[in-house]
Ligand binder design. Structure first.
Ligand code: ADP
Ligand code: ZN
Length: 213
């Protein structure tokens, strides 16, 4: 399958993407994970992205498109992909449309995961992430078996730099201003599936039903 997962930070895009990869071998492509990897590795890309990420602002469209143009041409994309955290602005959506047309590819559809703001805020402040594999935990509802240690890879499970209260507020504002308009954009393209659900299982069910599986 080839899907875009839209939704506010904390809506569950990453969790849903990981579940979907197990169904048909599609790969999860998270621009956030790619960027965090680059920051951790201290690459040139990481240096360019770090300050904006820490503040909860977006990195530039040019930087993101540079990454995605290469990433979508990699071999593993042939079995399908779940775009998690991309596109995030109207210019990115336009550039992706041109890129896919150029590659002769079509997406199945765009899933908009719609979760109430109070649920989002609660989730983000209690969320913890494995810095090695990106697995997502929650201190209240889904802690790792051993505190601070990833169940699947043993890596460190920590609170992200951009998950301080201040940065979270900014990320939600940035989402409403820059990313929320993408729902209208894809509605206009006839590609939007909006799912109002707080459980990832319910989101998966809606997606599989639409895929006709
Ligand atoms: P979230 O939980 O907010 O969905 P992500 O892991 O997707 O977090 O992204 C973390 C940060 O990486 C963002 O706040 C932003 O700074 C940067 N980022 C990720 N994807 C994009 C993108 N498509 N365009 C611009 N910036 C991005
Ligand atoms: Zn891990």
């Amino acid at each position: 399958m080839k899907l875009i997962l839209l939704g506010a930070p904390g809506a569950g895009k990453g969790t849903v993407a990981k579940l979907l990869t197990k169904m048909d071998g599609s790969v999860q492509i998270s621009t956030g994970d790619i960027l965090r990897g680059a920051v951790a590795a201290g690459t040139e890309l990481g240096k360019q992205a770090e300050a904006a990420m820490k503040a909860g602002d977006l990195v530039s469209d040019d930087l993101i498109m540079g990454i995605m143009k290469d990433r979508l041409r990699e071999d593993d994309c042939k079995s399908g992909y779940l775009l998690d955290g991309f596109p995030r602005t109207i210019p990115q959506a336009e550039a992706l449309k041109a890129l896919l047309a150029d590659m002769g590819e079509e997406l199945d559809f765009v899933v908009n995961i719609d979760v109430p703001r109070d649920v989002i805020l609660d989730r983000l402040t209690t969320r913890r992430t494995c810095t090695d594999c990106g697995a997502i935990y929650n201190v209240k509802s889904n802690p790792p078996k051993e505190e601070g240690k990833c169940d699947s890879c043993g890596g460190p499970v920590v609170q992200r730099d951009d998950e301080t209260e201040e940065a979270i507020g900014n990320r939600l504002d940035v989402y409403n201003e820059k990313t929320a308009p993408l729902a209208n954009f894809y509605e206009g393209e006839g590609m939007l599936l909006t799912v109002s659900a707080t459980s990832s299982d319910a989101v998966i069910d809606a997606i599989t039903e639409k895929l006709g599986k």
